[in-house]
Design a protein around this ligand. Sequence first.
Ligand code: NAP
Length: 286
Amino acid sequence: MHQIDGKTRVLGIIGHPVGHSLSPVMQNAALAACRLNYVYVAFNVHPDNLEESILGLRSLGVAGFNVTIPHKSSIIPYLDGLDVSAQSACAVNTVKNVDGRLIGFNTDGDGLVRSLAEDLDFLPGDGDIVVIGAGGAARGAVASLCRAGASRVIIFNRTPARALELVESFSLMSCTTEILIAADSSELKAYMKNASLLINTTSVGMNQDVLPFVDLADLSNNGRIYDMVYAPSVTPLLHQASKIGLRAANGLGMLAGQGELAFQIWTGILPPSGLMKSCLLNICDS
Ligand code: NAP
C-alpha cells in the first residue's frame, strides 16, 4: 500500500451494518496495485445519521464512497446530482466528489453485465432473460441490461404488484427492450422454455433456502443461470444447475465488477483485470 501521508485521499463505503463488507479489501488491493495515494475505509452510518454523515463526508473532502444497504435509495435527496445509471436504477451505490458536488452513480447493474460476459460468456442481446425478483437489485439489473441491448426481459416476483411497478417505471424510459411480467408460475414455466438466461436477484439462497416457483428443468439445455447471491458460494439454485449440467455463476463477479467500475469513476482508471475478483475469492476461501 502507498505510504499514508498528508496528500492521501480518502475513499470509503457507508452502510449499516458495514463490518462484513468485502469492498475495503478489494479496493485497497487495487489502489496498491495501481500505486495510487488513496485509502478506502468502512463507515458504519446509522440511518438516523445519514444526512449529517453526508454533510461531513462532503466537508472533509473525501474523494468518493460506495453506498450499501440500507442507504442506496435514501441517500438520493442529499446528493447534488445523479448520473443516468443512478437515475434509471433509482438507487446509488457509488458517489464521486466533483469539486465539492456529490454525484451519485450506480455500477451494480453494469457490474452484473461485466460478470455475465466474463463468467458465463453471455451478452445481453443473446436471448430472452428471466429475472426473478423485483427489488432494488432487479431494478439496477434491468436498467443495465436494457442499456446494454437486451431484446426481451421477463420479470417474475413473489409479490406480482412489485413486478408491475418495476415494469411500469421502465415504460417511462426510452428503452427498446421488451419488458414483460410472468404473472404466475405457469407463465414463468412457459417463458423459461425460451430463455437463454435466468438471473436470481432475490436474497433467497443466502440461508440455503430454495427459490420457490423456479424449476431449472424448465430451461433449455443451453440456458444459463446467474445467482446474485455469493455467500454461500454454491446456493441451492447453483447446486441444482450443476446437477442438471447447466452453466452457472454466483454473484462474486458482479461484486468485483461493480467495484472495478466505481474505482474507475473515482480514479479515472480500471484496476488490473481480475484483481478484485481474486481478492474476493481469497477472502471467501479463507
Ligand atoms: P430488496 O430490494 O429487499 O428485494 C428483495 C427481493 O427478493 C424482492 O423481489 C423480494 O420479493 C424477494 N424475496 C425475498 N425473500 C423472498 C422469498 N422468500 N421468496 C421469494 N422472493 C423473495 O433487496 P435487493 O437490494 O434487491 O437485494 C437482493 C439480493 O441481491 C440480496 O441478496 C443482495 O445481497 C443481492 N445483491 C448482490 C449484489 C452483488 O454484487 N452480487 C449486488 C446487489 C444485490 P417480494 O417483493 O415479494 O418481497
